[in-house]
Design a protein around this ligand. Structure first.
Ligand SMILES: [Mn+2]
Length: 421
């Protein structure tokens, strides 16, 4: 891959130098040091979900692509390609039991690409072939104590696997809820959930964090146990300091002001991280920045505004790739997320505060849009070039023939863990 990167970069270096000089000059006139922004771009990192490297699907069908990863080691190879080309995805987030394997072997494989492990994800929203109790009617909030215990034990196992590979957070998302009014007692169901979460929290190492991820609906279509950020905040506050809320862009009703939720959770000291994707109708899990890039910019505007050494957030791409090569979708998404981060870094916060204090709504809004409209592509490309990545990751990847290579050695699979999320 290194040779291909070098030869592909050589084709583009002259254009990049010209474009980079132009953006430096433009930003200089605005009093912004482009080189400093480029160095900031290099600090960016978003985690890749291991399951995102497989083709996703809907409840209607899944159409697998060529060279689908067969196990976590194939997934780590794909994640290695994504990070090598983009230099923007230094960590991988695992899903257990889909990615269960020897921790030492996983560390070795990740080490080949300089990858680390981000938050662990438990799975109590589907039944595994060998499990005793079914999650059909819930997991951590189930009526039956033995089923709840099984779900608690699974989460604790996720923590143990995570400890062995250097992760330091557990994300808990459950599908528990109800499909019909009256099906469950919503209060008692939540009490059972909290008791289970307290057991998991009790098993959390001191330097770990526990993230609760809310989602408005699906698979439960009438009521959901952790349906919104208010419930998630209650959970994090009741559990303790190591518990935080995780916000997934797609897990809200259309038109909800997600950047304001981010701001509120930051103020409460309870934001744990963000899951990036894009959506038009619901939890569509589309590629980040493809539908509403301004919304993602506004989320980053809050995240950059709140930056401090104490705010250590865990960011992950959380998408489902149905009609594209997942590696290409993950690469372009990582770059779009990085773009919004860099654009949000261009906002002059003192100037913005001045307009806000003067009630100058027009200029306050224009200040944000000026940053959003700035074409930072040459800055992102130069940051990649200087860190050993590709100026154009997509075209370099296509030129490398990686997909055809892995397709020849990975037999077609249709099994679980391919990426229906
Ligand atoms: Mn998510």
């Amino acid at each position: 891959m290194k040779t291909i990167i070098e030869s592909e970069n050589a084709k583009r270096i002259d254009d990049l130098n010209a474009d980079y000089d132009a953006v430096c000059e433009q930003l200089d006139r605005r009093g912004i040091d482009a080189a400093a922004i480029k160095e900031r771009a290099k600090t960016f990192g978003v985690a890749v979900p291991s399951w995102g490297t497989g083709t996703g699907g809907t409840r209607f069908a899944r159409f697998p692509g060529k060279g689908e990863p067969r196990d976590i080691f194939d997934k780590l190879d794909d994640c290695g390609v994504i990070h090598t080309l983009t230099q923007a995805t230094p960590k991988v987030s695992l899903h257990i039991p889909w990615d269960k394997a020897d921790p030492k072997a996983m560390l070795e494989k990740a080490g080949e690409y300089g990858l680390g492990f981000d938050a662990m994800n438990s799975n109590t929203f589907q039944d595994q072939p060998d499990q005793e109790h079914s999650y059909k009617f819930g997991s951590l909030s189930h009526n039956d104590a033995a089923t709840r215990q099984q779900a608690v034990d699974h989460n604790i196992e996720c923590i143990e696997i995570g400890q062995a590979i250097g992760s330091n957070a557990l994300t808990v998302w459950i599908g528990d809820g109800s499909n019909f009014p009256g099906q469950t007692h919503m209060g008692r169901q939540f009490d059972r959930y909290m008791a289970s979460m307290q057991d998991i929290y009790g098993a959390l190492p001191d330097d770990w964090q526990l993230f609760s991820e809310h989602k408005m609906y699906e698979p439960a279509f009438y009521s959901t146990v952790v349906q919104d950020w208010g419930t998630s905040l209650m959970i994090a506050q009741e559990l303790g300091d190591k518990a935080k809320c995780l916000v997934d862009l797609g897990h809200h009703a259309p038109n909800v002001n997600i950047e304001m939720i981010v701001s509120r959770l930051i103020r409460a000291g309870k934001l744990g991280g963000f899951h990036f994707n894009d959506s038009k109708y619901g939890d569509d899990d589309l590629d980040s920045g493809t539908i509403d890039p301004y919304r993602m910019f506004l989320v980053w505007n809050e995240l950059v505004d709140a930056e401090s050494p104490d705010l250590n957030l865990s960011h992950m791409i959380d998408q489902s790739h149905n009609v594209t090569d997942p590696i290409e979708s993950l690469m372009i998404s990582a770059m779009e997320i990085q773009r919004a981060f860099v654009q949000a870094s261009l906002v002059d916060r003192d100037v913005l505060t001045g307009y806000q204090n003067d009630n100058d709504a027009l200029m306050a809004s224009a200040t944000l849009r000026q940053a959003f409209r700035t074409d930072v592509e040459p800055i992102l490309q130069m940051a990649r070039l200087e860190t050993g990545g590709a100026i154009d990751p997509i075209m370099t990847y296509r030129q490398s023939g990686y997909r055809a290579q892995v397709a020849s050695i990975r037999p077609k699979v249709s099994g679980a863990g391919g990426g229906i999320v």
